[in-house]
Design a protein around this ligand. Structure first.
Ligand code: ZN
Length: 494
């Protein structure tokens, strides 16, 4: 354990916000020193990737069934980029996992505060959302109390190790940012369809839109929302122009095409491993670290729904194709990036309380009627039992949840974090309303609370809006965006 105090300035302001009955906000921001002082400090960066060393035998999560892991195709990692302007340090620690509870990230934060000179509040920790990793969601119960499982402790440990390793590698650096567009690999997965059979829901009702309708189906009318084709990236080099790290952000849920039982970090890892070579990193043993973060992809996947006849793909073939295309576009766009060796960094965060959704008497009566019925009737939705149990967990669970939101400034680039699977339209709206010229959002950061449809998408129904898949108040996306934009404005000026 290392002695404090930490080197960076930690002036903070506490801001009380006027709030509605079901929401309370407190926020803390750390501001850099005035520009004249900051300019005298050298910008440094460090990057690291550390293996999580995931054991076989645990269930692979991300789909309706959870087969045990029987083979490691590619190891799961935490990849970290740490930036230091001489006064403020911020870090991104990105984990290959489908979604990590806040308690695990909080445990990592404690280790980081104890063992490094990085203020853990300024660390954005997120899950990539690979659907072929094992669960970090399952707690251990001891004497009725919830404690972290061995795997959860391992993930927290490795997040802290990644930050500590990146800290040891801090060196004078230069940084730039930019974006490419890859529209071909993102498809909105929520569709209006003109076949009512495709629209039933587990609550005995009929939705207006269908998640993942059958590809090439004649009933497809139009997607229910937009896509965000932008691949944003931050590129970091040594002072003499050698690539150190590249962190990208694309709003694509995952790619898939992974055989049953395989552990794989999906295209997130394939991109991260490929981008260095395209940037000119010749040495495979180099410390260069590529990182792909998940943008706002709650309603976006890689399935071209209009296509009727697509040739079957081999395992990992699509992951290979998508990672290659995205990496080539990013590498090409990175050639016109302007690099800076003096920038200022800032970070702000806020807690936001959200009300949990609760079933109404009508829904409870519906599920009670199913429980009393003999067997499953043909008209009962195939997921009715699953949702009866999810809804009952919500009913018995807490009335509200407090989530952590973060905003960062890197020069005049803004980065925001949200602990949900966020819809593309929310990400696009944040990019439009952000006070920064360029900005992007990393989802599934600092927690994992399910899908975050907008109020308009809630009205359309569909899987992501179902109570139990979505768990918080219906206007949560708007409350979250308001807080993130307010945090961004707090840190807008150096
Ligand atoms: Zn998913």
């Amino acid at each position: 354990m290392r002695a404090k105090p930490k080197p960076q300035s930690r002036r903070r302001c506490m801001i009380a916000a006027a709030v509605s009955i079901c929401m309370a906000v407190s926020s803390g921001a750390s501001f850099p020193l005035p520009a004249a002082e900051a300019d005298s400090a050298a910008f440094r960066a460090g990057a690291a990737k550390v293996e999580i060393k995931t054991p076989l035998g645990m269930p692979i999560v991300g789909n309706w069934d959870s087969p045990p892991a029987t083979n490691i195709h590619d190891e799961l990692y935490v990849r970290c980029l740490l930036l230091d302007d001489g006064h403020t340090r911020i870090a991104f620690a990105i984990c290959d996992n489908v979604g990590i509870p806040r308690e695990v990230f909080d445990a990592a934060r404690k280790l980081i505060d104890a063992e490094t000179d990085v203020d853990a509040k300024n660390v954005l920790m997120s899950a990539t959302h690979t659907h072929s990793g094992v669960s970090a969601r399952d707690f251990r119960m001891v004497d009725g109390a919830q404690i972290l499982s061995a795997y959860q402790q391992l993930v927290a440990r490795r997040i802290a190790d990644a930050v500590a390793t990146a800290e040891q590698r801090l060196q004078p650096a230069q940084i730039g940012w930019g974006s490419a567009a890859v529209p071909s690999e993102v498809h909105n997965r929520r569709w209006y369809v003109d076949d009512e059979k495709l629209l039933s829901n587990p609550f005995g009702g009929v939705d207006q839109v269908r998640m993942n309708p059958p590809r090439g189906n004649d009933a497809l009318v139009k997607p229910a929302g937009p896509t965000d084709p932008e691949v944003s990236f931050i590129s970091v080099q040594t002072r003499d122009g050698q690539p150190l790290a590249l962190l990208a952000n694309y709003s694509l849920h995952y790619v898939g095409g992974v055989p049953t039982g395989d552990i794989s970090a999906d295209y997130f890892a394939a991109f991260s491993e490929r981008i260095g070579g395209l940037l000119g990193v010749a040495d495979a043993d180099s410390d260069f670290v590529g990182i792909m973060t998940n943008g706002t992809s709650g309603d976006i996947n890689n399935i071209p729904f209009r296509e009727k006849n697509l040739p079957p793909k081999k395992a990992y073939e699509r992951i290979d194709e998508v990672s290659k295309l995205v990496a080539e576009e990013v590498a090409s766009a990175s050639r016109s990036v302007a690099y800076h060796n003096q920038i200022s960094l800032a970070a702000a965060n806020a807690e936001l309380k959200l009300a949990m959704r609760k079933p109404d008497p009508e829904m409870l009566r519906y599920f009670a009627s199913l429980a009393g019925a003999e067997g499953d009737s043909a008209s009962t939705h195939r997921f009715a039992k699953i949702y009866a149990s999810r809804v009952s967990r919500l009913q018995e669970g807490p009335d509200e949840v407090s989530i952590l939101l973060q905003a960062f400034r890197i020069g005049d680039l803004g980065v925001m974090s949200i602990p949900f699977e966020v819809f593309a339209e929310t990400g696009l709206d944040l990019k439009k309303r952000s006070p920064f010229d360029d900005s992007f959002t990393i989802e599934l950061a600092n927690g994992s609370y399910g899908y975050l449809p907008t109020p308009a998408q809630h009205k359309l129904g569909g899987y992501e809006t179902w109570m139990g898949t979505n768990r918080v108040q219906l206007d949560a996306s708007e409350k979250i965006s308001d807080v993130l934009l307010s945090l961004s404005k707090q840190i807008q000026s150096p």
